[in-house]
Design a protein around this ligand. Structure first.
Ligand SMILES: *[C@@H]1O[C@H](CO)[C@@H](O)[C@H](O)[C@H]1NC(C)=O
Ligand SMILES: *[C@@H]1O[C@H](CO)[C@@H](O)[C@H](O)[C@H]1NC(C)=O
Length: 413
């Protein structure tokens, strides 16, 4: 009996293969899978997604994604997953790549997973359509350069409290979100972890675990005065004898002043230049200072842990819903599944194969900025390393050449 049971368990483990819920690499057939939303169409402020590999890429076909255009428009498109996904007991891995080829000044670059319950609203899918997860970069000016991770819990959207920096260069980057049944998460950029932690702690989906004890009161003898008057500083003698004002020494009694009629003449007063103001002792550090009193933390009676924070029961659609001032972002290689390893293998097979070629293409003919100042030169990049800098370099066979004249190329950047 025992042997049979063990054998059975082993079978279960080996049979538990990774599930891929959705994969999209975008090719000529993409529009048969992706629906255009009618959002913002009526007032003419809706833009379009078009298939493009952009101006620099590693592989002209494989690197095609969907690109936003024209400028200052709203963009919305979505695709349905084969069946609704319930992540109970499973990891959820959401991954995609985006290239802000246009040097995005202001606009969204994120993806959304949308529940089956929004199905009847998808025809006009847009900013107000209820979603489950929103993930990816959002850039606007100098102030906003963040990676959003917004989770919907009991109908409310919660933003991650950590600041995760978005990359703002013009190359393709892979963004990966993992949400796990132990209520932890990971965010990876280009397959390297940039944030991780607890769903309970890094979002406000649940009330805080601890609160300041409302019953605690400041002890009577708690001294919050940082400075006190120096007891050894004594008022100099005669300080108070100096009047604030004096009679104007230059004033003269008018000729026609009649003491009997006008009363006794008095000279007008002036501020006394000798006057030093009210005496104040010197302030010194208070030896009894204890800092500002704060109530101690106690467990929050309103906090109840929720072990299923991570679970999304009916994920059905994958969508982009964006507003961009400067359009031109290219989205590609979307993955939704339950295995980070599988997602990584997919990124290895797509983004990782093209990234060096893309960077070489981007850098070709750029302006090199280094410690010698600026010089116009060609830059050949192989992998993460600059292989050559010089004028009129020969591009290696197969390299894509971009005229990057006027663009800044930062070695090591
Ligand atoms: C992806 O590529 C990296 C670098 O070559 C490698 O270390 C890693 O094992 C690969 N991952 C998978 C899942 O194939
Ligand atoms: C590259 O672009 C610059 C500026 O647009 C232009 O002056 C230059 O002739 C171009 N170079 C080549 C090789 O096309």
């Amino acid at each position: 009996m025992k042997v049979a049971f063990l054998a059975c368990a082993a079978l279960l483990v080996s049979g538990a293969s990774a599930a891929v819920h959705f994969k999209e690499t975008f090719d000529d057939t993409w529009s048969s899978r992706w629906q255009k939303s009618s959002w913002k169409k009526a007032d003419g402020s809706a833009g379009e997604f078009t298939l493009s590999a952009g101006k620099w890429f590693g592989d002209a076909e494989a690197d095609k994604g969907i690109q936003t255009g024209p400028d200052s428009k709203f963009f919305a498109t979505y695709a349905a997953m084969d069946s609704a996904v319930d992540t109970t007991g499973k990891d959820l891995v959401l991954q995609f790549s985006v290239k802000h080829e246009q040097d995005l000044d202001c606009g969204g670059g994120y993806i959304k997973l949308i529940p089956a319950s929004s199905a009847d609203k998808m025809e006009s899918f847009g900013g107000d359509t209820p979603y489950s997860i929103m993930f990816g970069p959002d850039i606007c000016g100098y102030a906003t350069k963040k990676v959003h991770v917004i989770l919907t819990y009991k109908g409310t959207n919660y933003l991650i409290k950590k600041d995760i920096q978005a990359l703002t260069d013009q190359l393709t980057h892979v963004y990966t979100l993992v949400i796990k049944p132990d209520n932890t998460y990971q965010v990876l950029v280009d397959l390297k972890e940039v944030a991780s932690g607890s769903l309970t702690d890094d979002w406000d989906m649940l009330p805080p675990k601890t609160i300041k004890d409302p019953k605690a009161t400041k002890p009577e003898d708690w001294d919050e005065n940082e400075k006190i008057a120096d007891p050894e500083d004594i008022k100099p003698e005669g300080w108070d004898d100096i009047p604030a004002t004096i009679a104007d020494p230059d004033a003269k009694k008018p000729e026609d002043w009649d003491d009997e009629e006008d009363g006794t003449w008095e000279a007008p007063t002036l501020p006394n230049p000798e006057y030093k103001g009210e005496w104040k002792p010197k302030m010194i550090d208070n030896p009894a200072y204890k800092g500002i009193w704060v109530a101690p933390d106690i467990p929050n009676p309103d906090f109840t842990p929720d072990d299923s924070l991570y679970a999304f029961k009916d994920l059905k659609f994958v969508g982009f819903e964006l507003w961009q001032v400067k359009a031109g972002s290219i989205f590609d290689n979307i993955f939704v599944g339950d295995s980070l390893e599988e997602a990584e293998a997919f990124a290895n097979d797509t983004w990782a194969k093209s990234k060096d070629g893309e960077k070489a293409a981007f850098d070709k003919g750029g302006t090199v900025v280094n410690h010698d100042g600026q010089a116009v030169a060609d830059v050949l990049v192989v992998g993460e390393r600059i292989a050559a800098v010089g004028l009129d370099l020969k591009a290696p066979e197969g390299a894509y050449v971009v005229n990057a004249s006027g663009k800044l190329v930062m070695p090591g950047g």
